[in-house]
Ligand binder design. Structure first.
Ligand SMILES: *Cc1c(COP(=O)(O)O)cnc(C)c1O
Length: 305
């Protein structure tokens, strides 16, 4: 099946300044301005082609961000120093004191701990629900709810969220659906199924060589710019900045993501089928015995699922 998400990423060519097949790595913490006006414009958020300070943005991080936006089919993407750096910035950007989150109860341990324990400091509360039951998700929404949060396929329980149904619900209440897609890059495209914000821990499949910690937020230009705002952007002010060198490593590893994801999925299905045949209890959404099998089938991109 031909799919836009991957077509776009394969079309993306960023060459180095001397024609290198890889974009040059920017190795500067800060940047020069040849006129005072350009500096003023950049502070005002008019950052097209201008760099201020590498905690705000850097060429290498922007290249990686472009690749991730092409992967998820979103307008743009910001990178962060870790998956948690991306998740916490999104939450703190969307929620104020006394706000509320509706989240899946089966999410990554760090995200769960952040919502359950850390957000208490800000009086932000979370209702943890069975995300596969849309009526329970709807029941948990209050006038203070600022986001619905889930993982497309949860880590580690492999629960499958019905992103289309959840996005319909989120739109009904005019709140964003935020999806952590760490477990299913290429095989599920939450942005195309209606999620407003797609988050990744690049530490896992996307980098793929267990040597880097990084994260990303894929979304609209408006939201990603708000995260970078020098006055009140959580991405900018919390300081979870990815180093340029790491960004360039991860970008190069992304070239093989489509081949790796295909093979991961083939291997996992092979093992799951064998184990099940041997009478072991297996939890894998590619098996008919899994409660998320039909949702998975409906929303996955078969070439990679
Ligand atoms: C690992 C992981 C995270 C956290 O990412 P880090 O890069 O370790 O901060 C978040 N969500 C999911 C689903 C993960 O697997």
């Amino acid at each position: 099946m031909k799919h836009n998400a991957t077509d776009k990423i394969q079309e993306l060519h960023n060459f180095g300044e001397f024609g290198g097949v890889n974009p040059s790595i920017s190795d500067s913490s800060t940047y020069t301005f040849l006129s005072a006006k350009t500096m003023f414009d950049t502070f005002e958020g008019n950052t097209e082609g201008c760099y201020l300070y590498s905690r705000h943005s850097s060429p290498s991080n922007l290249y990686l961000g472009e690749a991730l936006a092409a992967l998820e089919g979103t307008e743009t993407a910001n990178v962060a120093a870790s998956g948690m750096g991306a998740i916490t910035a999104v939450i703190l950007q969307l929620c104020n004191s006394a706000d509320h989150i509706v989240s899946s109860r089966t999410i990554y341990g760090g995200t769960y701990a952040f919502m359950k324990n850390f957000l208490r400091k800000f009086n932000i509360s979370t209702s943890f629900v069975d995300i596969t039951k849309t009526e329970l998700v709807e029941k948990a929404i209050t006038p203070n709810t600022k986001m619905i949060f889930c993982e497309s396929i949860s880590n580690p329980l492999l629960e499958v969220a019905d992103i289309k149904a959840l996005s319909k619900l989120a739109k009904k209440y005019n709140i964003p659906l935020v999806v952590d897609n760490t477990f299913s890059p290429l095989s599920i495209a939450p942005g195309k199924l209606g999620a407003e914000i797609v988050i990744h821990s690049l530490t896992k499949f996307i980098n793929g060589t267990s040597d880097s910690v990084a994260g990303a937020v894929c979304g609209t230009k408006e939201f990603c710019l708000s995260l970078k705002d020098v006055h009140d952007g959580a991405g900018m002010l919390l300081g979870s900045t990815l180093d340029s060198l790491r960004a360039s490593f991860i970008l190069k590893n992304m070239r093989t993501l489509h081949i790796r994801m295909k093979k991961h999925s083939e291997n996992a299905l092979y093992l799951a089928q064998k184990f099940e045949k041997d009478g072991l209890r297996v939890v894998y959404p590619g098996l008919k015995s899994h409660s998320g099998y039909h949702t998975m089938k409906k929303q996955m991109i078969t070439e990679y699922g």
